[in-house]
Design a binder for this molecule. Structure first.
Ligand code: BGC
Length: 279
């Protein structure tokens, strides 16, 4: 039984998201799992979306329930419109509405630029960018339809896009991924501009190197980790709970005046660390 997520929150603010319905895409592992648990720990009812690993998603739901939280698992490949629509319908049936969307699902399919196939390019753009578009569109429609519910939140809805330091830092060998994250940046800002009059807040979290499966090769041996730490002024590789804590804050009324911005959670990766000894 894993109750540790209950202690993740600074000041153990368990009622920050009381009674709000949240959807976290790609929540069966990694950063999505940590966000789902952190939101549940703050009182939200959480949909744990997964695309293929049902067992892992059920495990996340069980952990949340064991900790006294509420969650269900729903399958959908976020790049498929019909599956996204079905997922939102199932969520509305179960929880009535949506208050918080965390657009987290994402993949890497790395290749040298000249070797990259159209399939690799398309897959990453489809999941990382189009998937966020489809889910955000459905969430925004429901926020606008339902409007503000003052007992629950000062905003009529919150969308959090999980981006990356690579919305800013170019990344050789990962052009599809970097392009998808750059796209998320402008999509997030455009949504924020367009949806603000409806009292909908849209922001991004841009993680740096966080220990998950996606970048295992970059931290699993001491040599790899030492090399990675050269890129991180704060000299530790991030943990998924670092992102969970920021997601709770961004979803809550504590950040009510934060709109259309990216919060980098990267130990300073964006500070051009090589310039600490050069230039
Ligand atoms: C990537 C990781 C990488 C990190 C820092 C993330 O967005 O998914 O693989 O370690 O950026 O480069």
């Amino acid at each position: 039984m894993d109750n540790s997520f209950r202690d993740d929150l600074p000041g153990r603010k368990r009622d920050l998201l009381h009674d709000q319905a949240a959807l976290v895409t790609g929540a069966s592992s990694g950063i999505g799992e940590a966000i789902a648990k952190a939101l549940a720990g703050a009182g939200a009812r959480v949909v744990v979306n997964f695309s293929s690993n049902e067992e892992a998603a059920n495990g996340v739901v069980q952990d949340i329930r064991n900790g006294g939280g509420e969650a269900i698992a729903l399958r959908a490949n976020v790049s498929k419109e019909d599956q996204v629509l079905a997922m939102f319908e199932a969520m509305f049936k179960e929880y009535g509405t949506i208050d918080i969307l965390v657009n987290n699902a994402g993949v890497q399919k790395d290749a040298k630029f000249t070797d990259m196939t159209l399939t690799q390019w398309q897959l990453v753009l489809d999941i990382n960018l189009t998937g966020q578009f489809l889910c955000a569109r459905e969430a925004a429609k429901e926020f606008i339809r339902r409007g503000l519910v003052p007992e629950r939140s000062l905003a009529a809805g919150k969308i959090i896009c999980i981006s990356s330091v690579h919305e800013t830092i170019p990344w050789a060998g990962h052009i599809n991924y970097a392009a998808s994250k750059g796209g998320i940046m402008m999509m997030m800002k455009t949504m924020a501009q367009e949806l603000a009059p409806y009292k909908i807040r849209v922001n991004s979290i841009a993680p740096g190197a966080i220990k998950t499966r996606i970048n295992r090769g970059a931290w699993e041996t001491p040599e790899a980790e030492a090399k990675l730490l050269e890129l991180i002024p704060y000299k530790r590789v991030g943990e998924t709970r670092d992102i969970g804590a920021v997601a709770v804050w961004l979803a809550s009324d504590e950040s009510d005046y934060v709109n259309g911005t990216t919060i980098f959670v990267d130990g300073g990766m964006l500070l051009y660390p090589a310039f600490a000894r050069g230039g």
